[in-house]
Design a binder for this molecule. Structure first.
Ligand code: ADP
Ligand code: MG
Length: 351
């Protein structure tokens, strides 16, 4: 598979003294893919990017770019560029000079340089900003300059390490849409690192979920969200009810760890019955949180399980979910997923 892949990792491990930052990663990232590495702080994402870029040498394993072994090559011999979270723009240079920098270093002739800088500025919608200095730009604009500075080199692969982390929520959401659009327009393989599951789900063609230097699961956003294969993925991506085997046996008739999403459980209206094909249980409402689009209810079942249930606000749950109320919770068995404890004891996400 490595021949068609933009990036292939084979058994890549990186140790810093006693710390194993990356622990035997195998992965193929296709050309033109928007690929995200998602995981909590310390899970090895930045180290993984630095290994691909060549800023770190692996303790073991092989890094291939388009099937070529680059494990021992320095960063400038790899057709890869990195966009860092802090942008790292030169403050004394104009925007255009910042973007032209990589081309100057590689002695690209002035005429072509200017043309490519204009192209790069246009691709991030900053046509009019070439003569400004970085401090005369907003955070979002600086981020786009950093992106243009990498794109102008036309790398085969662009590595982005939490590039939107410094932006406030609204701007970050706008940039997510924009970044994805830019990636589709330029057709370059993007490897995007984030700890934000929403961001990864929104932008990616595929996601690798990292925990403790290992990949827990690789899949499309839909696969990761709807068919988490491990307890970690179920808990880290979105909110999930994780039922330990004893509870799972009582509640869903499974002898394994099982998960069910809060939006897949419903509260049966008082006086009504669960549908014939639904599983159900009796619970007591312990907490009610109004979250705008939905109401998040925490309920304790008579089996002793605590379940989170998301009720769409428009259904007007009202008095049915007052604190201390007894209610019937119902769900379809097709939303129950058996999961492994971690990748090493993975039992698979399918029923
Ligand atoms: P992430 O980007 O997912 O937050 P990192 O790749 O930065 O994770 O770090 C993974 C682990 O490796 C952490 O435990 C971190 O402390 C350790 N680590 C990273 N870089 C170094 C280094 N240069 N020296 C020692 N330990 C490091
Ligand atoms: Mg990091």
């Amino acid at each position: 598979m490595s021949s068609g892949a933009a990036v292939s990792l084979r058994g890549v491990t990186k140790r810093f003294g006693a710390v194993t930052a990356v622990a035997g990663v195998d992965l193929d990232i296709a050309e033109g893919e928007f690929f995200s590495m998602l995981g909590p702080s310390g899970s090895g994402k930045t180290t993984m990017l630095r290994l691909i870029a060549g800023f770190e040498l692996p303790t073991a394993g092989t890094v291939l770019l388009k099937g070529r072994d680059v494990t021992r090559l320095p960063p400038f011999d790899r057709d890869v560029n990195t966009v860092f979270q802090d942008y790292a723009l030169f403050p004394h240079m104009s925007v255009a000079q910042n973007i032209a920098y990589g081309l100057r270093v590689r002695r690209v002739a002035k005429e072509e340089r200017n043309r490519r800088v204009d192209e790069a500025l246009a691709s991030v919608r900053l046509d009019e900003f070439g003569s400004r200095r970085p401090h005369q730009l907003s955070g979002g604009q600086r981020q786009r300059v950093a992106l243009a500075r990498a794109l102008v080199n036309r790398p085969a692969v662009l590595l982005l390490d939490e590039p939107l982390g410094a932006l406030d929520l609204k701007l970050r959401e706008e940039m997510q849409v924009e970044l994805k659009a830019i990636q589709q327009q330029v057709g370059i393989t993007f490897i995007f690192v984030t700890h934000d599951q929403q961001e990864a789900l929104t932008m990616s063609d595929r996601i690798a979920v990292f925990a403790d230097g290992r990949i827990e699961q690789v899949g499309t956003p839909t696969e990761i969200y709807e068919r988490p294969m491990t307890q970690f993925v179920a808990g880290f991506v979105g909110t999930s009810n994780v039922l330990q085997p004893a509870v799972a046996r009582a509640l869903v008739g499974r002898d394994a760890i099982a998960t069910i999403r809060p939006e897949h459980i419903r509260i049966v209206a008082v006086g009504a019955e669960p549908d014939a094909d639904e599983m159900h249980t009796i619970a007591t409402v312990r907490d009610v949180q109004y979250l705008g689009a939905f109401v998040r209810v925490r309920a304790e079942t008579d089996e002793g399980a605590r379940l989170v249930v998301d009720v769409p606000s428009f259904t007007g749950v009202g008095a049915d979910v007052a604190l201390g109320r007894r209610c019937t919770l119902a769900w379809s068995s097709r939303y129950v997923r058996a999961v492994g404890q971690s990748s090493s004891t993975n039992t698979g996400g399918e029923e």
